[in-house]
Design a protein around this ligand. Structure first.
Ligand code: PEP
Ligand code: MG
Length: 324
């Protein structure tokens, strides 16, 4: 199917009724393969920096990280590249930094780890800022934020990194900074978070896991893990309205954005950007090019009335069939 849709891939991601839905790509490794998509996307919506950390034997140093980040930023410039600070813990362990916990997904993860180890975070922030010199397409995203304090503490470290570099004559603008909305608590602190940062990005994978209390990697409960659960969709729909009222640019970078039906729902809800793995782009673009925004909005309303994940799935399958 991807090949059938190949001819559409250079066409705009625009609905038949003229709504532009910017698509971005999620990256981790292999810049080259993805950089060839540059003309077809609006940027990198999520660069998972932990991925290169997983294949080294120790924490990469500032120079090494600067090279990696420069490579990403240069490959996509002038398009924005959203770099997420190290998101380890949960299911992502570094061999040289083992974390052994009974409940890793509720434990030491993401920003919790890097704020406890500011020496690790500072090297990463300095490398990101250094890499962005002269390009100015860097944006920094903070994972697993639960408390507003965590954002304040990180902002101070970013300022400090910027000041340190300025003393070394590396002068860079403050990049745009964003918070991942993936811990349910953040959905109730949108206003406080919006006052501190420039954008939000919804991590629908973790948000689903935490809203449903279902481990996203446990096969025994895999059937319960469903981003199309009515409660998850209701939370997302409300979130989209609230961030719009706050005027906060908000993207979705979890797997739901890379599913054609999920992408239509998110577009109908009003999210600004969808970011996905490169192989998902053709089918999502095709769906957007075939379904008017008004129909996607109607789909959201119809779906929000349903009571079970099964009903939602069946309804989406039926509608998607009509739009083939
Ligand atoms: C998410 O949680 O949806 C997300 C995009 O981040 P990750 O899958 O890396 O946790
Ligand atoms: Mg996540």
């Amino acid at each position: 199917l991807a090949e059938v849709l190949e001819h559409e891939q250079d066409l705009p991601s625009r609905t038949p009724d003229g709504h532009d839905m910017p698509l971005m790509v999620n990256t981790g490794l292999a810049v080259d393969a993805v950089a060839s998509l540059k003309t077809r996307i609006s940027g990198v919506g999520l660069y998972r920096t932990e991925v290169p950390f997983m294949i080294t034997e120790r924490f990469p140093g500032e120079q090494e990280q600067t090279r990696l980040y420069r490579d990403q930023l240069e490959s996509f410039a002038p398009l924005p590249v959203v770099m997420r600070t190290l998101d380890i813990g949960g299911d992502k362990d570094l061999p040289y930094f083992p974390i052994d916990e009974a409940n890793p997904f509720l434990g030491w993860r993401g920003i919790r780890v890097t704020l406890d180890h500011p020496e690790v975070l500072m090297v990463q922030l300095r490398a990101m800022l250094r890499a962005s010199q002269g390009l100015d397409n860097l944006q920094i995203l903070l994972p697993m934020v639960t408390n507003v304090d965590e954002v304040d503490d990180t902002l101070k470290l970013i300022e400090r990194a910027q000041a340190e570099l300025a003393e070394e004559d590396v002068v860079v603008e403050r990049p745009k900074i964003g918070v991942m909305l993936e811990v349910p608590a953040t959905l109730y602190q949108l206003e406080q978070l919006a006052a501190r940062v420039d954008f939000f990005s919804v991590g629908s994978n973790d948000l689903t896991q935490y809203l449903l209390a279902v481990d996203r990697n446990n096969p025994r409960v895999a059937e319960l893990y469903d981003a199309c659960h009515p409660a998850v969709l209701a939370a997302l729909a409300r979130l989209a309205q609230e961030v719009a009222a706050l005027d906060m640019p908000t993207s979705v970078c979890g797997e739901l954005a890379g599913d054609p039906a999920g992408a239509l729902l998110l577009m109908g809800m009003g999210f600004d950007v969808l970011s996905m793995n490169a192989p998902s782009l053709p089918r999502v673009r095709a769906a957007i090019r075939r379904v008017p925004l008004a129909s996607a909005q109607a789909l959201v309303c119809e779906t929000l009335r349903l009571a079970t994940p099964g009903e939602v799935r069946a309804h989406l399958a039926e509608r998607m069939g009509e739009w083939q």
